[in-house]
Ligand binder design. Sequence first.
Ligand code: AVJ
Length: 322
Amino acid sequence: MMETALPNFHFHDLHPEPEDFHSDVIAGLRQTPRQLSPKFFYDERGSQLFDAITRLPEYYPTRTEIDLLQRHGEDMADMLGNDGLLFELGSGSDTKIRVLLDALQPQTYAPIDISREPLRLSAGAIAGDHPELEVHAICTDYSKPLALPGVVAAKRRSAFFPGSSIGNFDPGQACDLLRRIANIIGPEGRLLIGVDLKKAPSRLHAAYNDSEGVTAQFNLNLLTRINRELDADFDLAAFRHEAFYNAQLGRIEMHLVATAPQRVRIDGCCFEFQAGESIHTENSYKFSVEEFQTLAAQAGMASLRVWQDDDALFSVHCLQPV
Ligand code: AVJ
């Protein structure tokens, strides 16, 4: 591949366990209620579908966050500082980092993602377009403890964690993840993090039940991936997408609901589904500014600045370990 020949592009494959998918799926489907991790959505097709979601009229987070980065990029760059090392967690799409790189001039950009080929492509393209930037792409699962390659250890460090991906984690896990990020960036480091805000449930509902059914395809693609990679026989026509706002827990929940009783085989294991039984595939927590500041404080981070749009749809926080 041409990108790998670029002198400023380095790819560190930390080989996120391929067996994880197999055992996580089997273990998750054996639980009551059944569940699958949203980190598995992003195979090639899933990443394409997520990209399509970000362009939907109902899905406000991506365009609102990009607009915040465009409007306040200089302010953000002032908070993060130039010439250092910028990590990015879960860099599925490169649009946001490109906007940030227009304002910020880091010496090194180190995107971390579990999806190997999309990471290679987007990081390689950035290296090609920014010959002065050292790009160290790191293929690993950032939801697990990180052992980062030595080449990216030194220097003034900051991290960029856009998209409200933090909302995928339960509060306890989110706190652990923020703590790990704080350890990676160190006491002088800064974290720029996108956080989706609480708002009218109808607005949230529309964002996860789009009229074109793209979110439904994205959710159902998880079963397609299991069929292909784990030698399973899910009948996709027998599951439907469900997404709703759980106000008590402050989160959107996505489920795949069996529309009829059925039996599914996954690599020799048999699973029986009753009609109406669901597989919980994703949580997407929503925060007020104060709620997120409280969470950050529990992880040992202080919120130095918060940017939000005029309609209070989305926020970007700059955090620092305390
Ligand atoms: C990538 C986790 C931020 O929760 O909004 C979009 C994923 N799921 N539509 C989100 C998603 C359904 C997205 N995050």
